[in-house]
Design a protein around this ligand. Structure first.
Ligand code: 5AD
Ligand code: SF4
Length: 443
């Protein structure tokens, strides 16, 4: 039997793509193995969002450069594949497949050509109308399932490589999404996460013509689904109807990830983000006015070209104003093809590092303060696993906080996959600690 190994870098979209790739290969008669040494086909699903991520795949390929041939094949998938195209073959001559995410619909055909002995096979078309529909998906998480609702991105943020690596926006038919969600509910999944580079741009191509808020409501109505999440939203397209949908159905998780990138309107303009600080704060105000408390998380880039100390201080003030529940922060990394390459005012690396540390320290104290307020509360937790090293169960609250908790019988309680009520007893900056208080009420 033929075997494959796949390693994934990057975002949740990429991880879910790998689940679909693995399902497709399984349908072609391949068996997955856990070490590249054992595989006939070694695949790297790559990320190129920052230079570091891109370098990782080439260092992986160098580790195995002597193993090519003898029927063993290497393939580079995903964002670096799309960005570098045939240059991958020059940088790593033992690679024989280079395929971007917009061409995964043709993966079976490309693999067949490899098997027939072709040395160099590519799937690099970007204008593909089609989305990656596959009846075969090998899912990693037994309780939370990911569903792609929209692929690609039509924005042109000055720092971002994604429009070049994932192509134009393509929404999936609402019928196909609901059918997948119903099937997953039938298989026992209770949490669904809807995925897309910009889910807020979802537009149903079928005659129903649903927008994103409507789709959210419909997915949440499916029998057996207890939690619905979504990732990622763009502030420009984030509308008040989304908050209303969350208000209207408790199964829609009270968590919104709304990347701001910078607190300075001047920097946001240079980034071509299509909103200013005030418009962003208006959306935050909608979210904060919701009936339930909604957790808010964000992404921030420090050291974008031309970012002054004053601009950076505006970002720090934004953290105080919004009080985010979590923050993902990055040093600006110049990427091929992007508009920011032409901007002047590159910020020195040491200065980027200094700003990153200040930003992260500030956020850490905000999270400590926010999490401390939850001590004494009861939270509903979807239990994921038991950690024998600490004697605690690990799961996530609806707001997506990690909760570690003890139960009277420990591992013997077999809580995996259950929804339980946990009383919070302690809070750290990144997680909560608590005690089991019984089954959570159904909803
Ligand atoms: N440099 C640094 N961070 C970046 N991001 C996207 N492009 C870059 C870049 N060139 C960050 C943004 C985005 C997150 C996924 O990665 O904050 O929201
Ligand atoms: Fe990385 Fe962006 Fe591609 Fe995701 S879409 S893998 S974050 S470059």
């Amino acid at each position: 039997m033929k075997t494959f190994y796949i390693e994934t870098f990057g975002c949740q979209m990429n991880f879910h793509d790998s689940e679909k790739v693995a399902g497709t290969l399984a349908a072609l008669g391949y068996r997955e193995v856990s070490r590249p040494e054992q595989a006939d086909l070694v695949l790297y699903n790559t990320c190129s969002i920052r230079d570091k991520a891109e370098q990782k795949v080439f260092s992986r390929l160098r580790e195995h450069r002597r193993e090519g041939g003898n029927g063993k094949r290497f393939g580079v998938l995903g964002c670096v594949a799309q960005q570098e195209g045939e240059r991958v073959f020059e940088r790593a001559p033992h690679v024989s497949l280079v395929c971007g995410s917009a061409s995964y619909g043709r993966l079976a055909e490309l693999v067949a050509r490899l098997e027939a002995g072709e040395r160099r096979v590519t799937g690099l078309e970007l204008d593909a109308e089609s989305t990656f529909e596959t009846p075969y998906t090998r899912r990693e998480n037994p309780y939370r399932a990911y569903i792609t609702i929209i692929e690609g991105c039509d924005k042109s943020c000055a720092y971002c490589v994604v429009p070049f690596t994932r192509g134009p926006e393509r929404s999936r038919m609402s019928g196909a999404i609901l059918e997948e969600a119903r099937r997953l509910a039938g298989e026992g999944y209770t949490e669904i996460q809807l995925l897309g580079q910009n889910v807020t741009r979802y537009r149903d191509p079928s005659p129903a013509g649903w927008d994103f808020a409507t789709l959210l409501g419909r997915v949440a109505e499916i029998e057996g689904i207890r939690r619905v999440r979504f990732m990622t939203s763009h502030p420009r397209d984030f509308v008040a109807e989304i908050v209303r949908a969350i208000d209207a159905n408790e199964r829609l998780c009270n968590h919104v990830h709304l990347p701001v990138q910078s607190g300075s309107t001047r920097v946001l303009r240079r980034m071509q983000r299509l909103y200013d600080r005030e418009e962003y704060l208006e959306r935050i105000a909608w979210i904060k006015a919701a009936r339930r408390r909604i957790a808010i998380t964000t992404d921030i880039i420090v050291g974008f070209p031309g970012e002054t100390e004053q601009d950076f201080e505006e970002t720090l003030r934004l953290l105080d104003e919004v009080e985010y529940d979590a923050l993902f922060s990055f040093k600006y990394s110049p990427r091929p093809n992007t508009a920011a390459l032409a901007l002047d005012g590159q910020v020195p690396e040491e200065e980027k590092s200094r700003r990153l540390v200040i930003l992260q320290e500030k956020q850490r104290s905000i999270q400590l303060r926010r999490n401390a307020r939850l001590v004494g509360e009861r939270q509903e937790v979807l239990v994921e696993r038991y950690n024998p090293a600490t004697g605690q169960w690990v799961g996530h609250s609806a707001e997506n906080r990690t909760v570690n908790f003890t139960s009277p019988g420990g591992a013997a309680d077999a809580l995996g996959g259950r929804y339980v009520a946990v009383r919070i007893t302690r809070a750290g900056p990144n997680s909560l600690v608590g005690e089991w208080r019984g089954e959570a009420e159904g909803r």
